[in-house]
Design a protein around this ligand. Structure first.
Ligand code: HEC
Length: 128
């Protein structure tokens, strides 16, 4: 994990959090501009493996048994999916949901950890 990239991940996270505060549901976790440390990325990885790969792929770039690849979802989308099971309404500009199904269930206990899960997923995202 290079530091510049970590800064970029959390820079855009802060930016999304700003956008989110104008929409519902708002982002209740306070997100400060900061770098994702290797420990945070590792925590995100552990939580992803523990909670998401039942349906999504172990590799977030690839579709899983039930759920699609998650690397293209902005923070606002991941937040909404994990907190409500649904895509946000309205959708972030330019984002196209991978599926029209409504099979994902909310896992709201992960609320405070969504930023590190998102940061982990972005840290392994392959450029197309
Ligand atoms: C019960 C199976 C299941 C679990 C567990 C699950 N998901 Fe999903 N997820 C789905 C399905 C299916 C979709 C496709 C839309 C739908 O049907 O809800 C989806 C869609 C998504 C999307 C939107 C992807 C896109 O680009 O359209 C994100 C982001 C996401 N899930 C993140 C997560 C995260 C993070 C976790 C773990 C904290 C998780 N999911 C756990 C089934 C699951």
């Amino acid at each position: 994990m290079n530091v510049f990239f970590a800064g970029a991940v959390f820079g855009s996270l802060f930016f999304s959090a700003g956008l989110l505060s104008q929409t519902k549901p708002s982002l209740p976790v306070k997100v400060e501009p900061m770098s994702a440390t290797p420990a945070m990325i590792e925590r995100g990885r552990v939580l992803y493996v523990a909670n998401c790969i039942r349906c999504h792929n172990k590799d977030p770039n690839v579709k899983g048994s039930i759920g699609p690849e998650v690397v293209d979802a902005p923070m606002a989308v991941m937040y909404s999916k994990v907190m409500t099971g649904k895509y946000p309404d309205p959708l972030p500009a330019g984002f196209v949901p991978k599926r029209k199904s409504r099979a994902m269930q909310a896992i709201p206990k992960l609320k405070a950890d969504i930023p590190v899960i998102w940061a982990y997923v972005q840290s392994v995202k392959k450029k197309k």
